[in-house]
Structure formats: structure tokens, C-alpha cells
Design a protein. Structure first.
Length: 131
């Protein structure tokens, strides 16, 4: 049975929501500042950058793959979109009156884009047929 675009979209939505729930669960304003997700001492902002990089790159890669059916190009597009979104956000923050360019934020977004690119590959790779 051939998978439809809707099936792939549902996979993307489910995985994106799971990742967002996992990484933004630490964004509770009631928590003390020293308690973060996994208690690694990394600020909540970094988890949100990671989740955003993952979601953006995975969604872009899967939609690109659905449109072109070219796995190699969709993986490249996925990585470029996730990292590009993080770079654009940091450049936007560096404008006058912004919060300033933050390299760790960009690195966490890029790390999320790497995960999103890997998930794009896993979702869209050709399946082996069983006999």
C-alpha cells in the first residue's frame, strides 16, 4: 500500500508535537530558575531553540520530499531551512533595540535542525518490502 501525502503529514505533526511537548515542558513560569528539563542547567530558551530547529527542519524537509520525491535534496533542504531559520532569528535579534546576537541560541537551533534532518531521512527513506 502506497503512503499518501496525508500519511506523511500526520507523521510530521505527531513527531513535531511530541518534540515540542518534551522540550517546552520546561517553560513553566512556576518553576524555579535552577530547575530545567533534565536538570542540565541549560536555560529554557535553549530547549525552545532546539525544538524550533527540529520542527522547522523536519516540516520543511518532509513537505519538500512530498513535492519532489527526492530524498537527497529534501535532506539538504531540511538542514538549510532549520539552520537558516535560526540564523535569521539571531540576525533579527541583533538589530537596534533587539536582544543581540546569541551564538549559543544559534548552536542549539542548528543542533535541533540536525535532529530534524535525521528524522526527515527516517520518515522518508524507502521501505524494504517483506516477502
Amino acid at each position: 500500500m502506497k503512503e499518501s501525502k496525508f500519511d506523511n503529514f500526520i507523521k510530521v505533526v505527531v513527531i513535531s508535537n511530541l518534540l515540542l511537548l518534551m522540550f517546552t515542558s520546561s517553560a513553566n513560569a512556576q518553576q524555579p530558575k535552577d530547575q530545567t528539563l533534565f536538570s542540565l542547567g541549560i536555560g529554557d530558551d535553549k530547549y525552545m531553540h532546539f525544538a524550533a530547529g527540529t520542527g522547522v527542519s523536519m516540516l520543511a524537509g518532509c513537505l519538500f520530499h512530498d513535492a519532489t520525491r527526492d530524498l537527497n535534496r529534501s535532506i539538504k533542504f531540511s538542514a538549510a531551512t532549520g539552520i537558516g531559520a535560526g540564523l535569521f532569528k539571531e540576525l533579527y535579534d541583533s538589530r537596534k533595540g533587539g536582544s543581540g546576537f546569541d551564538t549559543p541560541d544559534l548552536l542549539f537551533t542548528a543542533a535541533g535542525a540536525v535532529l530534524g534532518t535525521y528524522l526527515t531521512h527516517i520518515i522518508n527513506k524507502p521501505r524494504k518490502r517483506r516477502r
